[in-house]
Structure formats: structure tokens, C-alpha cells
Design a protein around this ligand. Sequence first.
Ligand code: ADP
Length: 393
Amino acid sequence: MTGPVVAVIGGGQLARMMAPAASALGVHLRVLVEAPTGSAAQVLADAPVGLPADVDAVVELVAGDTGRPAARVLTVEHEHVPAEVAHAVAERGVPVRPRPEALLHARDKVAMRRRLGELGVPGPDWAELADAGALEAFLADHDGVAVVKTARGGYDGKGVRVVRSADEVADWFAAAADGGPGLLAEERVPFVRELAVLLARRPSGEVRVWPVTQTVQAGGVCAEAIAPAPGLDPALERSAVDAAVRVAEGLDVTGVLAVEMFEVPAAGDEPARVLVNELAMRPHNSGHWTIEGAVTSQFEQHLRAVLDLPLGETRAVHRWSVMANVLGSSLERLTDALPAVTADPGVHVHLYGKEIRAGRKLGHVTVCGDDLDDVRARALAAAALLRGDSDHG
Ligand code: ADP
């Protein structure tokens, strides 16, 4: 007997890591994958191939048939699902969680900035850029420097440029004029570090928040996550959590929500504060440590939340957890490093079954323990081994 079917759009590592949690809960995952050899398809029996923008493929994903139960709910592992697709599913009586109206704010940075402003959630100064003149005006008001972003389609820093003149994004303005994504400018935030608040919310309104995490980026990509964020001021922690809960409730998010933030130090009369950078409405890289480091992992919690089950505890079960990403590798196969990596018995290895490409997220490792320096060094050493980086300790 299979349990409730949760349909998921997207067959990457996030869907793959939902599989053990689904198995434990007796939930059947049916995942729409873009390639039959993809990360999630390798570990799931029910993984039809189709594109997230293909209405027919997604409707088929949630549909029932003789001997094949219909999906109880549809969820996503990435934001790139057009609203029409989600609406077509909702019209057939299958709830979509998060709702398309909420998901828009994880897909479109202009919509996100506008709505967060209305909700009173702290963020950087920003402006929508209709043309190069608007950027020149923004630069003039912000000491001649701005962070320009494409409203849609960016990921891992690919749609982000720090600029001092409109010429530096002439190609993006041209693309926008050609029907490409719109642009926005943000003030360049003088942050000391980046934080992420991860929470889950279910349709009935229950919210649970994990300890605030510090993320370390390398070239716009998350390289490392440390939980809890070391030395975080309790007042700042409260404002970070308040901001994230306000986002979850204000946008009526269901499932896991990651709110990425900048920690800005006190300056003059201004106290230290957090500013929201961006949102993800799904399990997130900043929360991979919860698999071993928290009572309930983000993957199990996402399933509970979208099924409207009571949420699990989010408390950390170790003093420290450090997650390090494996970004690219010079090895032929990552598993060649397993004998060396597993020589440290405290290293938890997660490989995603992806083809090796420079800079690509191929897996991660997590180490938990009492001594932050030790835990961090071991996580970084294990990730270095998987990258084939023999110079590392
Ligand atoms: P993506 O959607 O590609 O992940 P982000 O908006 O998260 O892009 O930006 C990627 C990185 O660029 C951030 O993690 C941060 O390090 C830097 N960044 C983004 N916005 C700003 C800003 N307003 N000020 C300073 N740095 C920024």
C-alpha cells in the first residue's frame, strides 16, 4: 500500500534528498524530472520526464488513473514554474504548495522587493530600472555604485553585477528591451556576513524556525553553512527571525521558506541590523545541515508542511553543524574519494549523482560536534578531498 502521493516539479538534488524523508514517512514521491538520468531520477521509481513549463506534463504528473493514485499535493524544488502551470493544477482540485501567488516572490526580484516593502520587512534601497537613465539616477544617489540584478532567471550570482556605470549592463538593458527579464538596482550593502533564516509553515498557519545559519559565499555560490551563526547578537537574531516570519505570513507561504539576509554592522547612530536579500520557497542549501544537525530535517519538514501535517521540532541536536559544498571536482568520479573521506567517521557525505562540471554543486558534506574550529576544518577537508584538491590539509 502506498501512502499519499506528493508530486514534485524538478529532479535535482533537492528532490533527491526528499526521497529518504518520504520513504520514512511512507509518502510516495512522484517527481517530474527533466532528464531520465538526473539526480532525483536515479533514486526514485516514479520519475516521469517533462519540462516544468509543460502544462500537460504537470497535469499528468498529478493525475490519477486505475491503479495509480492522484497526487494529494503538488510542490516544487525550484522556482521556475510558470503561474499558468500551477493554476492549471489547482483548477483540477490538487493544492499547489507554495501557492503560485507566493512563489512569484521567489521567482521575481522586483515583485519580491515591492511586496517586502509593503510588509515593512527591512531590505536594501532599490529601484526598478526602466532604462539606463534610471540606473544613472540611482548611481548618483548611492555614491556611484549599485548592484544590478535581473529580476528573473538569475541563480548562484549569475544575474548579479556590481556596477559604476550603466554601460556595464548595456547587454542586460538590450536583452530587457528585447523581451528579456527586467532589471533592478540595489544599494551595495556593507554587510559583515550573510545569514539565512529557514522556517516551515503549514496551511493551518503553524510555523517552526530552525536556528539562524551563517552562509559563506564564494563567487556568488554558497560554499559553506555554519549553524547556528556563531556569535550572533540575540537582538539581531530576533529581528532576523521576525523578518522571516513576517515574510512567511505576509506571503502566505506553505512549505519550507529560506530567507537570505545580510548582517550589517552598527554605523554612527544606526544599530546593527539585518536586510533581506532573497527568498527561496523550498528546501535550501543553507538548510542541508538539518539532515544530521536538527531534530527534523528540512526535507522531512517540507513534506510535512505541504501535506498539512504537524511540524517536527527544529532544535539543533549538536552544538555546531558545518556543511561544505563540493563545487566542481578534478576527480573522474566523486566516489573515488570515499575511502579517504570516510576515514573521518564523523563526516556525513551526500553525493548528488551529477556529471562533473567546473563549479557545479556536486554534493555536500556535514560535520557536527562541540568544537567549531575542529568541525569546520573537518568539513572543509572532506569537501576538498571530494573536489580532488590534494593540497588541502
Ligand atoms: P542569486 O539570485 O543569483 O543567488 P543574489 O541576489 O543572492 O543572487 O546575490 C548573489 C550574491 O551577491 C549575494 O549572496 C551577495 O554576496 C551579493 N549581493 C547581492 N545583492 C547585494 C547587495 N545589494 N549588496 C551587496 N552584495 C550583494
